[in-house]
Design a protein around this ligand. Structure first.
Ligand SMILES: Nc1ncnc2c1ncn2[C@@H]1O[C@H](COP(=O)(O)OP(=O)(O)OP(=O)(O)O)[C@@H](O)[C@H]1O
Ligand SMILES: [Mg+2]
Length: 268
C-alpha cells in the first residue's frame, strides 16, 4: 500500500486556530475554535483523508498545512524544523514542497491566462530552467494529467470543469512537490467526472510517490483514496486509523453517525 519514507514532511503539534467571530463583546469575545488541538503528520507516499461535516475546520487545517494560515498556538514542523519563523529561503522551499488543489478550479485559475502560462508561472516565480526546459515541462505536465497538448493554447474557461481541475492539478505538480493538499477537489465537479479526477489523483500519488492530504465531507470518497483517515469534529480529530480500521471498527459516536449517513454521490 503506502511506500512512505516514514519521515514526515509536515508535522503539526497541538495546533489551534481560533477566530474572533462577530457578535462578541470586549469582555465576552465570541471565539470560534476552527482547529482545536490537532496533531497531524504527512509523509511522502501516503494519502491521509480528512473527513467531517461543513464547518468542522477542514479548510482551516488545510491552510495551516500549506502555510497560508499561521496557527494561534502549537507547532508546525517542516522536515522536522519549526516552520513558523521561517526565512525567505525556507518559505520558498516550503512553497515548492507543498502545493494545494482547491475545490473550484473556475476561481482558482486565472481566466485570462492560457494554460501554458498558468503552468509556466510557478517555474518562472521559482526561477527554474529556461524557456525551452519550461516548455518541455508544460508538455510533460499535460501528459501527466491526461490533457491533450492542444490544451496549452486555450484559457481555463474554454475547457470542461473536469479538464479545468486537471489543469489545476498540473499546476500543483509543476514544482515537483513532496505533498499535495487537495481540499474537496471533486465537490464542484459534475458527478460524471468525479471518479476520473479521483482516479487521476490516486494514480499520480502512486506514480510520483507523493504525500496527499485529501479533504472531503464525504466519507465514502475519502475511503476510496486514503491509506489513513482522520475524522474531524468541531476542530478536533476525534478518530483516526487506517481506512479499514475506521470503517470496520469505528470507536467514536460521530464516526458511526458519518458512516450511517447517505450513500456517496460518487456512487449514484
Ligand atoms: N476568518 C474567519 N473568521 C471567523 N471564523 C472563521 C474564519 N474562517 C473560518 N471560520 C470558522 O471556522 C470554522 C471552520 O471553518 P472551515 O472553513 O475550516 O470549515 P470546513 O470544515 O472547511 O467547512 P466546509 O466543509 O464547509 O468547507 C467555521 O465555523 C467557520 O465559520
Ligand atoms: Mg472547507
Amino acid at each position: 500500500m503506502s511506500e512512505s519514507t516514514g519521515k514526515p514532511v509536515i508535522e503539526l503539534k497541538d495546533v489551534k486556530v481560533y477566530h474572533h467571530a462577530r457578535g462578541g463583546g470586549l469582555f465576552r469575545p465570541n471565539i470560534v475554535k476552527a482547529v482545536d488541538g490537532v496533531d497531524f503528520t504527512i509523509s511522502r507516499g501516503e494519502t491521509v483523508g480528512i473527513v467531517g461535516e461543513s464547518g468542522c475546520g477542514k479548510s482551516t487545517l488545510a491552510s495551516v498545512l500549506v502555510g497560508l494560515q499561521p496557527p494561534t498556538s502549537g507547532e508546525v514542523l517542516f522536515h522536522g524544523k519549526p516552520a513558523i519563523k521561517r526565512n525567505a529561503h525556507m518559505r520558498k522551499e516550503f512553497g515548492r514542497s507543498v502545493s494545494v488543489v482547491f475545490q473550484d478550479p473556475a476561481t482558482a485559475l486565472n481566466p485570462r491566462m492560457t494554460v501554458q502560462d498558468i503552468l509556466t508561472d510557478p517555474l518562472q516565480i521559482h526561477g527554474i530552467g529556461n524557456a525551452a526546459s519550461r516548455a518541455a515541462k508544460v508538455k510533460e505536465l499535460l501528459a501527466l494529467v491526461g490533457l491533450p497538448q492542444s490544451a496549452a493554447e486555450v484559457t481555463p474557461s474554454q475547457v470542461s470543469g473536469g479538464q479545468r481541475q486537471r489543469v489545476a492539478i498540473a499546476r500543483a505538480l509543476a514544482l515537483d512537490p513532496d505533498i499535495i493538499v487537495a481540499d474537496e477537489p471533486t465537490s464542484a465537479l459534475d458527478v460524471s467526472v468525479r471518479a476520473q479526477v479521483l482516479n487521476l489523483l490516486s494514480d499520480l500519488k502512486t506514480q510520483l510517490n507523493l504525500g496527499m492530504v485529501f479533504i472531503s465531507h464525504d466519507i465514502q470518497t475519502v475511503r476510496y483514496v486514503s491509506d489513513r483517515i482522520c475524522v474531524m469534529y468541531f476542530g478536533k480529530i476525534v478518530e483516526q486509523g487506517t481506512a479499514t480500521q475506521v470503517f470496520d471498527s469505528p470507536t467514536n459516536d460521530y464516526t458511526k453517525k458519518l458512516l450511517g449517513a447517505a450513500p456517496s454521490l460518487l456512487h449514484i
